[in-house]
Design a protein around this ligand. Structure first.
Ligand code: 3EB
Length: 334
């Protein structure tokens, strides 16, 4: 009998897998198969030697929970003061911390950080971006056009455009805020192009009208990636928006219902586009809640809508529009 490869032993053959654990991070952070670890509750920064990403948000239900990104293929890692990367032959993770004190304004800081991320990825064999995560300090601070989220969108849009992206190539994403210091952005890219999807119930974010800011948000509603052995669908942050309008301001129950329906609609649409009989199955959920006092009503609503068995984290976060109280993103396996 020939030698067994380690992937034959684990049964996980390629791509990336996610899990939540409350184990102490020292137990697994230096495991060979770790691509990155996202933890909650201790600042917003990236440890570029290890790939330990502190996302700035706090968990509302499991204070010690961490999100663990692993691959069954050999992982290589590197980084410098502000940038971290890890890779296998078929995927790339890159993260960057954004020190806005070094720039004239927040928009330029975001612009430079995004360009550095996009350039790094463009020059890598795994150059197709699948998903981006941005966690921003005080995202709702500032009035009208000067609101930090709108300035973030401005800097990001300029970076994407300067790097030659067409709106249809914008990947899935989320952008959430926290009350501490620090901004980070991280991404997952693949050696094959993902397929982006929009949600027929929502206007494409890159087409939102001017009233939402000087440049529209640069993201798709979902991105499908085909690894060697499985397909994953990455959902963008989804909230109580129909068309381009936030609906049910101040009503958490109704916002949650609309959000869940938006996800159902998106999944049904993806299934239809792919010619599949049933909708993609959710395998992980991340629920962002503006007011921690809404936690129990949201947790109950999410469990009764999607079922109680999907690994889920509930995080305290500022949603990018002031009137939005809840946002949900997640991952499906196909
Ligand atoms: C929305 O649908 C709600 O700016 O990257 C969701 C996902 C939202 C991503 C982003 C914003 C972003 O417009 C907000």
């Amino acid at each position: 009998m020939g030698q067994l490869r380690s992937d034959q032993l684990t049964g996980a053959l390629s791509g990336i897998s996610f899990s939540y654990t409350s184990d102490p991070i020292e137990k697994f952070l230096s495991d060979e198969d770790i691509l990155a670890v996202i933890s909650f509750g201790h600042g917003c920064s990236i440890e570029s030697e290890t790939g330990h990403i502190h996302c700035g948000l706090t968990s509302l239900d499991k204070p010690l929970v961490k999100e663990v990104w692993r691959s069954s293929a050999p992982v290589r890692k590197g980084g410098d003061k502000s940038l971290f990367w890890s890779e296998t032959d078929e995927l790339l993770v890159v993260g960057i911390s954004v020190d806005e004190k070094e720039y004239v304004d927040f928009r330029s800081a975001i612009n430079v950080a995004y360009k550095r991320l996009l350039e790094f990825t463009e020059n890598h064999p795994c150059s197709h971006i699948i998903r981006m995560w941005s966690y921003i300090a005080d995202i709702n601070q500032g009035d009208d056009e000067l609101e930090r989220y709108r300035q973030f969108c401005y800097g990001r849009h300029e970076a994407m455009t300067e790097m030659g992206f067409d709106p249809r190539q914008f990947p899935s994403a989320c952008a959430l805020g926290h009350a501490g210091d620090g901004n980070i952005v991280y991404l997952l890219a693949s050696n094959r192009a993902g397929i982006n999807f929009e949600n027929p119930r929502q206007m494409s974010a890159y087409q939102y009208p001017r009233e939402y800011g000087p440049r529209s948000p640069s993201f798709a509603r979902a991105t499908l990636v085909e690894w060697k052995e499985e397909r994953q669908l990455y959902l963008s942050g989804t909230a109580s928006i129909q068309g381009h309008q936030s609906i049910y301001p101040d009503n958490i129950q109704a916002q949650l219902e609309t959000t869940c329906q938006n996800i159902d609609f998106l999944l049904a649409h993806v299934a239809e586009q792919l010619g599949e009989k049933s909708s993609p199955k959710l395998s992980m959920l991340k629920v962002y809640i503006r007011h921690k006092s809404d936690y129990s009503v949201v947790a109950e609503g999410v469990h009764s809508h999607f079922g109680g068995v999907i690994p889920t984290v509930f995080l305290e976060a500022d949603i990018c529009r002031k009137e939005l109280l809840v946002e949900i993103d997640g991952l499906c396996l196909l």
